[in-house]
Every structure is written in structure tokens, then in C-alpha cells.
Design a protein around this ligand. Structure first.
Ligand code: PEP
Length: 250
């Protein structure tokens, strides 16, 4: 039985005051939820606040990105070791905005996955195709390449610690959502790809769906057998919506 997870990706949003209020509302609301893992992913500058307000609550926190190694001459970057110091448990790796806006290729994403695991963080590895790739019938090939590169880099055993997120790029921040059936088909494909290397492990891996998840479409997505929760962008900035999604998953 896989415990559902709902993670909120705040992206580059939130003043300090807004982040404080959001963290407080989410931790209060999540106190009533026991059978879902609730995670928030604020910007780096709000991680100290997350640690201060979320320690001893049932909400975990993490970062949206990391760089390689523990320290070094990498201006503007943050290491996994630094994230651990602020109590981070999770880190996003390979989010489509990192892949497409910041041009992170397969090799860098694989190295970041390694770096996250080396720092004892739980990576949330994001996979997904663009609209053009979907329309060309390339969804499975694209997702398979993203997944197999990552698996080859760290080895299948290390995937024991990896959470996956299927996020079709065309559905992120666009208001378009994959239908539950469209999402389920790709989730099942991802699980089957992992099963080709380790059947038992594939059954335990959580695969979140991301792409315009809202309170009113969450239940339909969560009713699918291979959808184990959500990675939520826009709706995670509104505590009511985010908590309603968490409630739907629990
Ligand atoms: C995301 O940023 O991972 C995401 C899924 O965003 P949104 O929910 O806004 O589409």
C-alpha cells in the first residue's frame, strides 16, 4: 500500500509575510490529516522560516533545486548539504521549468539526482513531455529516456528513495490537466519501466501527478490505481485549495 503524498511547489512566489501565513495555515490544516504525506517546497530564502514553523508538525519541507557537490565556486547555487542544514527532507529534480527554461539536460538532471541522494535528501524526480512531443506520439519515448537515464545514473537500488512525478509540460501552469485516464496510462507506463528492473520496487514507488491539479479535479486523478498523489504548483499558494487537495488524497 503506497501512502499518498501531496507536495506544493511554490516556485518563485511569496513575500516573507505571505510565506509565513501560508506555512501557518497549511500546518494547522494538515494537523487533521494523518494518512497523506504533506510537503511544501518554498523558495530557498523561505526555508529557514519553514524549519522554524514546521518542525514538530506533520508537514515536511524541501527545496525546488540543488547543485552538485557539498560546496565550491558555483555562484548563485545551493548544495544538498546546505539544504539538510535547514531540515529539508525533499528536493525537486528535473522539474520541467529547470529542464526547459534553464536548459538542464539529461546528464545534469542525473547528476543532480545523485547529488540529492548523496546528501540524504529524498528526490522528487519530475518526468514529462511537451505538447509537441505528445502530438507526435512521443510521450512514452520521452518519459522512458528521462527515467532510464536517471535509473542508469544512480542504479535501481537507489530508486528505493526516489519519489517520481509525472508532469506533462503542456499541463503545467496552463489550466489544462491530463484527464485521469491520460495520466493513469503514463503512470502505469512509468511503473512498468521500473518493474522491468525490479518488480517489487516498482510496486512501492510513489508516482505523483502534476499539471494544474486543483481541488475540483484532484479526486478524479487520485481514483486512478497508479496515481499516488500530486505535485501542485499554482493551487499550493492558496491554503484552502492546497488543503482540499491533501484531503482528497487522504
Ligand atoms: C508544478 O509546478 O509542478 C505544477 C504542476 O504547476 P501547476 O500546478 O501550477 O500546473
Amino acid at each position: 500500500m503506497r501512502k499518498p503524498m501531496v507536495a506544493g511547489n511554490w516556485k518563485m512566489h511569496g513575500t516573507r509575510a505571505a510565506a509565513k501565513s501560508l506555512l501557518e495555515s497549511i500546518s494547522q490544516g494538515a494537523a487533521k490529516l494523518s494518512d497523506v504525506d504533506v510537503v511544501v517546497l518554498p523558495s530557498f530564502v523561505h526555508l529557514a522560516l519553514a524549519e522554524e514553523l514546521l518542525s514538530h508538525t506533520n508537514v515536511a519541507w524541501g527545496a525546488q533545486n540543488l547543485y552538485l557537490g557539498e560546496s565550491g565556486a558555483f555562484t548563485g547555487e545551493v548544495s544538498g548539504l546546505m539544504l539538510k542544514e535547514y531540515g529539508c527532507e525533499y528536493v525537486l529534480v528535473g522539474h520541467s521549468e529547470r529542464r526547459h527554461v534553464f536548459h538542464e539536460g539529461l546528464a545534469l538532471v542525473a547528476d543532480k539526482l545523485k547529488a540529492a541522494l548523496a546528501a540524504n535528501l529524498t528526490p522528487i524526480l519530475c518526468l514529462g513531455e511537451t505538447l509537441a512531443q505528445r502530438e507526435n506520439g512521443e510521450t512514452e519515448a520521452v518519459v522512458a529516456e528521462q527515467l532510464t537515464t536517471a535509473m542508469a545514473a544512480v542504479g535501481i537500488k537507489a530508486f528505493e528513495k526516489v519519489v517520481l512525478a509525472y508532469e506533462p509540460v503542456w499541463a503545467i501552469g496552463t489550466g489544462l490537466t491530463a484527464s485521469p485516464e491520460q495520466a493513469q496510462a503514463v503512470h502505469a507506463f512509468i511503473r512498468q519501466k521500473i518493474a522491468q528492473q525490479d518488480v517489487a520496487l516498482a510496486d512501492t514507488r510513489r508516482i505523483l501527478y502534476g499539471g494544474s491539479v486543483k481541488a475540483d479535479n484532484a479526486s478524479g486523478l487520485f481514483s486512478m490505481s497508479d496515481i499516488d498523489g500530486a505535485l501542485v504548483g499554482g493551487a499550493s499558494l492558496d491554503p484552502k485549495s492546497f488543503l482540499a487537495i491533501c484531503q482528497a488524497a487522504s
